[in-house]
Design a protein around this ligand. Structure first.
Ligand code: S3P
Length: 177
């Protein structure tokens, strides 16, 4: 079985994913890390070397490789997606059809609180809102509005994480399986 975690940047996909995999004794992959390994570059470097489209192509390719490899092996996996992975229609279809996807939902206020001092390595945010809290809040809010429907579309379970920690979120996912 493959559990994927989707949600906005700062929603806790990587930390919850690692904790969930630890509790279940499953493999864990962070898609951002897998993309960086495949490119031999950091995400910031990939964006700087080309454009967002180039990053999205590689992200889709790596996503499909992972889904195929784990479906063939039949081994259990927790996969933390990138915040923008579900924006691509083919990715949403693959996530919906081949995985049990959980949407880690959080409000723009919560996300802003988590990202205000930690948006390094996230060019989607830093390019337009670097060092400007108001612009950052606006960017988060706009992108979240544009993406929330995509997250919902590929998920079978939504968990609101506004007042849930990493362990509490992992426990809730396990109890819903
Ligand atoms: C992105 C989110 C990032 C990373 C890239 C683009 C996005 O992942 O994939 O910077 O478009 O939302 P995280 O959500 O893990 O930060």
């Amino acid at each position: 079985m493959i559990i994927t975690l989707c949600g906005f940047m700062g929603s806790g996909k990587s930390s919850v994913g690692a904790e969930l995999a630890r509790r279940l004794g499953w493999h864990f992959i962070d898609l951002d890390n897998a993309v960086e390994e495949s490119a031999g570059m950091t995400i910031t470097e990939i964006f700087a070397a080309g454009n967002e489209q180039g990053f999205r192509k590689r992200e889709s390719l790596v996503l499909n490789e992972i889904l195929l490899a784990y479906s063939c092996k039949g081994s259990n996996l927790v996969l933390a997606l990138g915040g923008g992975t579900p924006v691509i229609p083919e990715n949403r279809k693959a996530i919906r059809e081949k995985t049990f996807c959980v949407y880690l939902q959080a409000s723009a206020d919560t996300l802003f609180g988590r990202l205000e001092h930690d948006c390094g390595g996230r060019p989607v945010l830093t390019k337009k809102a670097s060092g400007n809290p108001e612009a950052l809040y606006e960017r988060i809010s706009c992108l979240l509005d544009a993406r929330a429907g995509f997250y919902e579309e590929c998920s079978r379970l939504t968990i609101n994480t506004d007042s849930l920690g990493i362990g509490g979120t992992a426990a809730e996912i396990i109890s819903s399986l």
